[in-house]
Write a protein that binds this ligand. Structure first.
Ligand SMILES: [Zn+2]
Length: 454
């Protein structure tokens, strides 16, 4: 109701802000306040650098709408661009630039991109990547969500829920998968496509005596990440259990290295530092399907970004090479840190035995996984079908679903909004009347999300 009131109340206002050209044409002013525009949008005082506004002009000479891409010619871009006129109307900001070009920005579009720390955090968590939540073994039953195969295949909401949980906790289980080696294909296709490796598009995990990979043995499989010797390491591992062992053992061990790394940082900072700094050479050499391979990649066990956030974990005892390119003393200390890391991963791990029909899906660059030893017999041969998918594809699918379903920070969805409106007004939502929708949504403060596709 309140939204309707807002629509009826067409307050028409326009204010003109004149600015003088205060710039040197050689260098940008060092005075930040001279370099940006102050503007009040939907009650908030926001600032936008002139150079950014000009760079992001949405007119058809500067921006290709269907390609959603910037096309302005940067070789002709004036780094000292300034405005000669700024006009604020009800929903838009009109800027006339010193070179005569004119830009029109929708208020919602601008607000969605505002430079406030609060807005940037919200954008990061809702659109870029959901914030990850770390856990230890005792939390596992609470954090490992279960999803139905048919629902994931048929319903976007179920697909979103599965991928969202996977990205936040690094693990999520699909149940009730048909008993077929090809059943996993439909799950992968819901996301996009697999990451092919030298072990194939998919792989069968079964006990094989003279194998090219220790995962194909029934003995204890030490905790590890898969394929750390790939620079473009597979992001997510999907393991469909077709036949589980009836014997003792065969359980998966899973641990969240983000939890372990936090623990080490607090309690063993020296060892933590070594694992974040010393580059190890990960390697896999052999032949698979007549294809010779010689893979090497160097990285620390714990890879950090410039904010000290973990971007990737690489850990595998069988696939750790013997070349260590550091000094002798560091090598000895590194081994001690490596031993501690493995021990802590065991201490904080969850033990979990999948059943036929389960697809265990986990973040391969965050969790360590392992498997206890088991024994096959002639009528019971443990068999899993595995596939990899990259995080690029998963985050991409999540973002598409987020936009499609209008799931935002507060999880207020379009159907909730429409239910708040009188039936005669609902058609506006259905036909996606942009102005109407914006006004409604801005009122409840979720335009930041929907402005994405304005
Ligand atoms: Zn333009």
């Amino acid at each position: 109701m309140f939204a309707l009131k807002f629509i009826k109340h067409h307050r028409v206002f326009a204010s003109t802000i004149y600015r003088n050209n205060v710039y040197s044409h050689k260098v940008l002013s060092n005075n930040v306040s001279d370099n940006h525009l102050n503007v009040k949008i939907m009650g908030e005082d926001l600032k936008f650098p002139y150079i950014w506004l000009r760079d992001n002009c949405q007119c058809e000479q500067c921006y290709h709408k269907s390609a959603k891409s910037r096309i302005l010619d940067w070789l002709k871009f004036d780094l000292n661009i300034t405005t000669i006129n700024v006009l604020q109307k009800e929903n838009v900001l009109e800027i006339t630039w010193s070179d005569g070009h004119k830009s029109i920005f929708n208020h919602s579009w601008l607000k969605f991109r505002s430079f406030t720390a609060e807005n940037q955090k919200r954008y990061t968590d809702t659109i870029y990547k959901p914030e990850q939540v770390s856990w230890q073994g005792s939390d596992f039953s609470n954090i490992c969500s279960k999803h139905d195969y048919k629902e994931v295949i048929n319903a976007d909401q179920a697909l979103y829920n599965w991928l969202y949980n996977l990205s936040v906790y690094g693990v999520a289980l699909i149940e009730n998968t048909p008993d077929s080696e090809r059943a996993i294909d439909a799950v992968v296709e819901r996301i996009g496509f697999t990451k092919q490796t030298h072990y194939g598009v998919k792989f069968i995990v079964q006990n094989i005596a003279n194998t090219s990979n220790v995962a194909y043995l029934s003995s204890n499989l030490q905790m590890h990440t898969d394929l750390p010797y790939y620079e473009y390491c597979p992001g997510v591992n999907l393991l469909h259990c077709l036949v589980q062992t009836a014997s003792q053992g065969g359980e998966n061990l899973l641990s969240d290295c983000h939890f372990v790394a936090d623990y080490m940082k607090k309690n063993h900072p020296g060892e933590y530092k070594l694992l974040t700094e010393v580059e190890i050479e990960w390697s896999d050499v052999g032949v698979e399907n007549d294809n010779e391979f010689f893979k090497l990649y160097r990285s620390p066990v714990i890879c950090l970004d410039k904010n000290d956030q973990i971007t990737r974990i690489s850990f595998s005892i069988p696939q750790r090479g013997s070349q260590i390119l550091t000094d002798l003393d560091t090598v000895v200390l590194w081994y001690k840190a490596h031993g501690l890391f493995l021990e802590l991963n065991h201490r904080f791990s969850a033990k979990f035995k999948t059943k036929p029909g389960d697809i265990l899906v986990f973040n391969n660059i965050r969790l360590l996984h392992g498997r206890n030893a088991y024994e096959d017999n002639s009528s019971n041969i443990r068999k899993l079908i595995g596939a990899y998918v990259d995080w690029d594809e998963i985050y991409s699918r999540l973002r598409c679903l987020t936009v499609k379903q209008n799931i935002d920070v507060s999880f207020i969805k379009i159907d909730v909004l429409t239910s708040m409106l009188k039936p005669k007004h609902r058609r506006y939502i259905v036909v996606q009347d942009r102005c109407f929708m914006n006004d409604v949504l801005s009122y409840i403060d979720i335009t930041r999300h929907l402005a994405l596709y304005l």
